[in-house]
Design a binder for this molecule. Structure first.
Ligand code: 5GP
Length: 141
């Protein structure tokens, strides 16, 4: 069987598309969302290129589950928030736009930024992104 076309997240994981990386281990890669709902909005992605969560291997699922709380803790500490949403969309009708499993960690601040209906995102500022990703990496060390 032929290999599937690499998803945009696989290209990011391979380093072929730049990102503000915050975490990496054998099975998991995490980086700042390019159109954040709030400062610190992070995507946690299995390196395995499954499209939807129900197709993900036990090994990758366990690896994601192991680090989601810790990455959330770092994102909250650095963004100075307490409340947050973890969002995970599967399929186009369920608002999935990138066909590679991913978990959003979205801080919800008192000023109202974060997940709200209708969803509203901003553009990630490169300098702010570099600063915040470095702080999250440092927190995780
Ligand atoms: P979905 O709607 O599939 O749950 O979310 C996909 C997310 O991936 C969106 O929030 C979008 O901003 C983010 N995204 C799409 N392409 C890129 C990219 O090239 N780099 C980064 N950092 N985020 C991306």
């Amino acid at each position: 069987m032929s290999e599937p076309e690499p998803s945009i997240f696989t290209l990011i994981i391979r380093g072929e598309i730049p990102c503000h990386k915050v975490y990496e281990d054998e099975h998991v890669f995490a980086f700042l969302d390019i159109n954040p709902f709030s400062p610190g909005h992070t995507l946690v992605v299995p390196k395995e290129q499954a499209i939807t969560l129900d197709a993900l291997s036990d090994e990758s699922s366990a690896a994601i589950g192991r680090v989601l709380p810790r990455i959330s803790q770092a994102v909250l500490a650095v963004s100075g928030t307490v409340d947050f949403n973890v969002l995970q969309n599967n399929g186009e009708a369920a608002f999935q736009s990138v066909s590679h499993v991913h978990f959003h960690i979205i801080p919800k601040s008192e000023d109202g930024s974060g997940l709200a209906w209708p969803f509203k995102s901003t553009q990630l500022d490169p300098d702010e992104g570099a600063r915040m990703a470095e702080q999250i990496r440092n927190y995780l060390e």
